[in-house]
Design a protein around this ligand. Structure first.
Ligand code: BTN
Length: 255
């Protein structure tokens, strides 16, 4: 594979065979030493891998990528922090596609191949006043795992969906290069272009599906995703023509 070399992303690389969570370690590093932009923390096994909304993230040892990147995005306001989900989702999606399979972004930042999840992202920001001071982009990308515990909902891996065993090193280099590509777009202020690309890669964009409204007695609605709001909420137009924005805890996909 012809992988472009990133210039600074993943160059300062902190590796341990095991750790609690690469995001936790990155958070401690930021508090202690302000590591250089693009520093990554990577491991083969997490004893307390973290997912979104307090969930856990499980991966077999040395089968998948578990990595957290540290960046200092300048002049991004806290209220616009969804742009970091956009940057990281686009990078992971492009990485998977470069490995030979079509991928989509399931709002807010899961990466799907068909109806199966191949990667998840945990973004953690620290703030200074109304601005983002640092961000941790924690990425779990399933590469070589070929079976998953039954309790993990609809998982897949690059191996299962492409039938090819890429090495973790080559996937990591590709991921770092893609992340740098999209992060530099953000640094150049190309926010609208990033949003447009994100929307064009959304899982179930503009097609009718069922969703569960969590705030409304878990009622099932039918509708189509038509985009995202300025603060990163999911915009759905129901089959009755009503348009509504949903936050992360307010809506579930029926898959
Ligand atoms: C999700 O889909 O719920 C997000 C999963 C994020 C998992 C990655 S693995 C590397 C980094 N360290 C963590 O503890 N979590 C993220």
């Amino acid at each position: 594979m012809n992988t472009p070399e990133p210039l600074f992303t993943g160059k300062n690389r902190i590796y341990f065979p095991n750790m609690e969570s690469t995001n936790n370690y990155a958070m401690e590093l930021i508090a202690k030493i302000n590591p250089t932009e693009g520093t990554c923390v990577i491991t083969d096994y997490q004893t307390a891998g973290r997912g979104q909304i307090g969930r856990s993230w499980y991966s077999d040892s040395a089968k998948n990528i578990m990595i957290s990147y540290i960046f200092y995005p300048k002049l991004i306001k806290a209220k616009n922090q969804f742009i970091l989900s956009i940057v990281s989702s686009l990078a992971v999606c492009a990485t998977v596609e470069a490995l030979g399979v079509s991928a989509k972004i399931k709002w807010p930042n899961d990466i799907y191949i068909g109806d199966l999840k191949v990667a998840g992202i945990l973004v953690q920001n620290t703030l200074r006043d109304v601005y983002i001071k640092s961000t941790i982009l924690g990425i779990g990308l399933n590469v070589l795992q070929d079976s998953f515990p039954a309790e993990i909902p609809n998982p897949t891996s690059v191996l299962l969906s492409t039938n090819t065993s890429y090495t973790l090193n080559e996937v990591e280099t590709l991921l770092s290069a893609q992340l740098e590509f999209y992060y530099l777009k953000l640094r150049r202020g190309e926010v609208e272009l990033l949003k447009k690309e994100y929307i064009s890669k959304m899982y179930r964009y503009q097609t009718e599906h069922q969703y569960i409204e969590m705030e409304n007695l878990e009622q099932i609605i039918e509708g189509k995703i038509i985009g995202i709001s300025t603060d990163g909420k999911l915009t759905i137009e129901t089959s009755f023509g009503m348009v509504k924005d949903y936050g992360f805890r307010e809506i579930k996909f029926v898959i």
